[in-house]
Write a protein that binds this ligand. Structure first.
Ligand code: AMP
Length: 336
């Protein structure tokens, strides 16, 4: 039998792959020589109780492992899986949370229709080497009578903070709960939700959580559209219009690369392209990438600048961003 690996453990060490619990093996092919486990992927441990989750991560650390954490709301796509893979490369025990957090949705937002696909999510997590999926219910994470919310001032205020009041308080609160449960770990978040990443970095620092927060680049479709669980809301026409979002951001990147530093021009360049395709615009802004202070149109940006937008196309609210001076253009030469 060729040497093969089951979740990092050479089969020879296990003596025989048949001794592994059946439910932890999705594919293990019997061959004439024995078992070929090159196809093996594991079914992660699924937990729904906070204390069990805490105990699993404590145990992993006692076993000498570094813990990686990837918080999600499920309906996983390749963007989420890239975060899990990144966590896998930085840690030896990776936990994914799957929880549609009600406190980060406004009253007229898509909480009730947000896609919930736990079984598929668990299989996908297993396919990229996650060890554990924490999928609690709402009452567990928000027990009756709890009174505590976490608010991160200043960086929660502009951009999405204007059109989604309370959103970042909901995000900071649920992520603080995850960090309180997880203990020392590396936590991976997407730069697609750039403001969220900044809020969480600051929250972890201010509340002294022993967590290294890592931002991972936005994973995009071949035409540049940022992957999102909400893309499934898009009709064919809306999807075609959404393809102009990365083109608009790319136009700002190219303008910046050509030497433009005027915040007004950099913003206008993206805005005019967005105006052609959006049903409505929450914002298109140029901001300082660290403080998130918005630039006035007469100001000049520095070595780096965030261009961030949130727009509505059909039933979907879509966000995207680039950091000028840091990110490459999200798609190639503009098609129009
Ligand atoms: P969500 O399930 O939308 O709450 O997202 C969970 C995590 O995945 C967050 O850290 C997001 O920023 C990240 N994420 C979502 N979409 C992408 C993407 N296209 N590329 C990279 N990260 C993403």
């Amino acid at each position: 039998m060729e040497p093969c690996v089951v979740s990092g453990i050479p089969c020879q060490v296990l003596a025989d792959a048949r001794f592994l619990p059946a439910q932890r093996i999705l594919a293990c092919v019997s061959t004439r020589q024995g078992f070929d486990c090159t196809m093996v992927s594991r079914s992660p441990l699924i937990l729904d109780q906070p204390e069990a989750f805490r105990a699993a991560l404590d145990q992993a650390r006692r076993d000498g492992k570094r813990v990686g954490l990837v918080p999600t709301m499920g309906a996983l796509h390749e963007g989420h899986l890239a975060l899990v893979t990144e966590a896998r490369s930085r840690a030896s025990f990776v936990a994914v949370t799957v929880f549609v957090n009600p406190t980060q949705f406004g009253p007229n937002e898509d909480y009730s229709r947000y896609p919930r696909t736990l079984e598929r999510d668990v299989a996908l997590c297993g396919s990229v080497g996650a060890d554990c999926v924490f999928a609690p219910d709402v009452k567990t994470m928000y027990p009756d009578g709890e009174l505590t919310r976490v608010r991160v001032d200043s960086i929660s205020v502009p951009l999405c903070g204007v059109t989604r009041p309370g959103h970042f308080e909901g995000v900071a609160t649920i992520v603080a709960k995850y960090f309180a449960l997880s203990g020392a770990c590396v936590a991976v978040f997407g730069r697609k939700d750039y403001q969220q990443l900044k809020v969480i970095e600051r929250m972890a620092r201010d509340l002294l959580f022993p967590v290294e927060v890592v931002g991972f680049p936005t994973v995009r479709e071949p035409d540049g559209l940022a992957m999102s669980s909400r893309n499934r809301y898009l009709s064919e026409d809306a999807r075609a219009r959404a393809a102009h979002i990365p083109r608009a951001l790319s136009a700002s990147v190219r303008l910046f690369e050509a030497g433009e530093r005027g915040a007004g021009a950099l913003r206008q360049c993206a805005l005019e392209r967005i105006q052609r395709i959006a049903d409505s615009i929450d914002y298109v802004e140029v901001a300082d990438p660290d403080s998130l202070r918005l630039y006035e149109s007469g100001e000049h940006v520095g070595e780096r600048a965030l261009v961030a937008l949130a727009i509505r196309i059909g039933p979907a609210r879509l966000i995207d961003n680039v950091v000028l001076g840091e990110d490459a253009a999200p798609c190639g030469e503009e098609a129009g």
